[in-house]
Design a protein around this ligand. Structure first.
Ligand SMILES: Nc1ncnc2c1ncn2[C@@H]1O[C@H](COP(=O)(O)OP(=O)(O)OP(=O)(O)O)[C@@H](O)[C@H]1O
Ligand SMILES: [Mg+2]
Length: 241
């Protein structure tokens, strides 16, 4: 699946936050977006997923050549788009397992048998080194910062999107967790040819991921593009490069 973002302008409450961004993500490609706080990275990610509070004022978002601007969030998810939140929401009373099963059922016309689904969830939890009791708890409720991020990757593994946008999957993770998460995500990209946009502040995750492109976003615009070396340059010199 090909995702094309063309000269995208996005406003929040009449304030323009994304000011003309273009990115093309082909099958199985990894694009990393870095940039100072407040530069519009999360807003861009939410606009791709169709957040109802955001207004696209110019440009287009195309999937396989067709505009998705008129589609709602659930329709975009059904198409195969997935967003991992920078700050996952806690929902007390909604069991993680129930949530995964319902989400999975809503996205596919052929729901898995429960037994098959359970074994998939258990395998994925194990691969992510999540504690066994996590799947019996309420969605993100009382999860540690790292556990929340892992639970989002668990969702990604279960929902099997064609294109995923991960908003700071490595923030708040310990060194081992960064490696585990990155390796899981990379395996999905390579096995399923999943397209990937990863937003991050740290080059450490790139020890385990091989991006085709690094994009630097500043004040709503992409100001620089390059390979992995750009991430290391940012780490040592900051964003005034
Ligand atoms: N709902 C909102 N109401 C008002 N301002 C908003 C809203 N959402 C985003 N903004 C503003 O838009 C700008 C971009 O925010 P965004 O969350 O996209 O930044 P970011 O690049 O993801 O930053 P960070 O690296 O800190 O996560 C910020 O100045 C933010 O305050
Ligand atoms: Mg952000």
């Amino acid at each position: 699946m090909k995702l094309e973002i063309k000269d995208l302008h996005v406003s929040v409450d009449d304030k323009e936050v994304v000011k003309g961004v273009s990115i093309m993500v082909n099958d199985g490609e990894l694009h990393v977006i870095m940039g100072p706080n407040g530069s519009g990275k999360t807003t861009l990610a939410k606009a791709i997923m169709g957040h109802p509070q955001l207004r696209v004022t110019k440009g287009d978002i195309l999937v396989d050549g067709k505009s998705i601007l008129g589609m709602k969030v659930n329709e975009r998810a059904k198409l195969g788009l997935f967003l991992q939140f920078q700050n996952p929401v806690e929902i007390e009373g909604l069991g993680l397992l129930n949530f995964l099963n319902t989400a999975r059922g809503a996205l596919t016309d052929k729901p898995l048998q429960f037994k098959e689904f359970m074994s998939e969830v258990k395998d994925s939890s194990k691969a992510l080194e999540l504690k066994e009791d996590m799947i019996g708890r309420s969605l993100n409720h009382g999860f540690s910062g790292g556990e929340k991020k892992k639970a989002e990757v668990l969702q990604m593994r279960v929902l099997k999107p064609k294109i995923s946008i991960l908003d700071e999957p490595d923030s708040g993770l310990d060194v081992d967790a960064v490696r585990i998460v990155a390796k899981n995500v990379e395996a999905m990209r390579q096995e399923r040819k999943m397209g990937l946009i990863v937003i991050t502040h740290y080059s450490r995750i790139l020890n385990y991921m091989q991006p085709q492109f690094i994009h630097i976003m500043k004040e709503g615009k992409m100001v620089k593009e390059g390979g992995s070396e750009l991430a290391h340059e940012v780490e040592s010199k900051g964003y005034n490069i």
